[in-house]
Design a binder for this molecule. Sequence first.
Ligand SMILES: [Zn+2]
Length: 59
Amino acid sequence: MKTLSCREAGFDCDYVVNGESDEEIFKKGGEHAMKEHGMKPEDITPEFKEKLKGLIKSS
Ligand SMILES: [Zn+2]
């Protein structure tokens, strides 16, 4: 299981995304960020995803 903390991604938020793969994390996290933080699809750039990738923890 992989997890990504929204707070570590730079938001003041306690949400933690869980997923089986990086792709699932990005899908769920992207939906959360757009719904809760007003991000737009174009805000999720390859650079932003690259940064997030480094924050994903595996357990
Ligand atoms: Zn959040």
